[in-house]
Design a protein around this ligand. Sequence first.
Ligand code: BMA
Length: 378
Amino acid sequence: MAIRRIRLAFAGILLLVAFSSFAQSPDVPVDPHATGETIHLYRHLKTLAGKGFLFGHQDDLAYGFNWKYIPGRSDVKDVTGDYPALYGWELGRIELDHAVNIDSVPFDKMKQFIREGYARGGVITISWHLNNPLTGGVAWQPAPGTVASILPGGEKNALYRSWLDKVAAFLQDLKGEHGEYIPVILRLFHELNGSWFWWGGKNCSPDELKQLWHFTVHYLRDEKKIHHLLYAYNTDRFSSEEAYLERYPGDEWVDITGFDIYQANNIAKSGDFQQEFDKTLTLLEKIALARNKIPALTEFGYNGLADSSWWTSTFLQTLRGHKIAYAMAWRNAGYKKDGSYEFYVPYKGQSSSDDFVKFYKDSRTLFQRDAWKEKLYF
Ligand code: BMA
């Protein structure tokens, strides 16, 4: 009897130990072999979401509204005196071995800018508007069967692998001053619920997209042994939890859950935008919380910034009630050949620049100096 009791007690203790180690199992990203800096960034971004959000800008160091490649320059810095805390870069055309990307940024300069931003304590995120591997057309030229063609067994799988090899080589060339790999948030197949890219919406089945996601992560992580990535699942605007998760590849394949949203260039519609932005953020937070993911606004913008108080009265006003880790404004391409323009962050003298300074000074917005203090990587 006594022996039985001892045995039972022993089994009970074992169960308790097993349960508590399960309950406290460390929170690791999609890649269990992620580098120390990557794991730190991942954990830090999670806690950050309660404090404030990192402000990011695409191509920030490469060019601005009316300048290109001036060392140290940034439209964000011209206006606020500080750099963004997060930098977005784009790999489109790397798959073709071009020296410059889809927006004419030379890849070698891009690597330098990435090293520079990281050395200042900033965060790097990368998107890839890769060409259509089936037809050779651009990312915006979908064709039936494209996704199926690059899955294992598909006629273009070898080509797709060779493209991933080029991405891998680029990523492997990103090192900090101590020889450590620079962590990168990879925004694979962004805006995947819309049908404008060959990988999105009705251009493939949800299951095909999930398979493509699994294959791509598996290839980069397990075959190329790249261990300095966090993976962001990134839709466009969406209206329900169900819609967001329709193509979701699974919790074990995603670190960051985000969405992109743009306000139409029409002040009269600001109200509608705010309402939709607010609603979508609420849905995103709920999804991220339930799945233990990092919520982020992976791209946003209001082209031309015609409303001079947009930053505080629309954007920040809406974000106040929400918890996200970062928000990234799209690129300041300036004027294009066809006379149209594109910019999402004010340049010096632009009508929303004073308001952007107010936005900068708000305690919830984190720019480079704040990011440095946060020590995101250690
Ligand atoms: C779009 C625009 C284009 C650009 C593309 C890829 O949103 O900014 O001008 O080429 O992104 O970066």
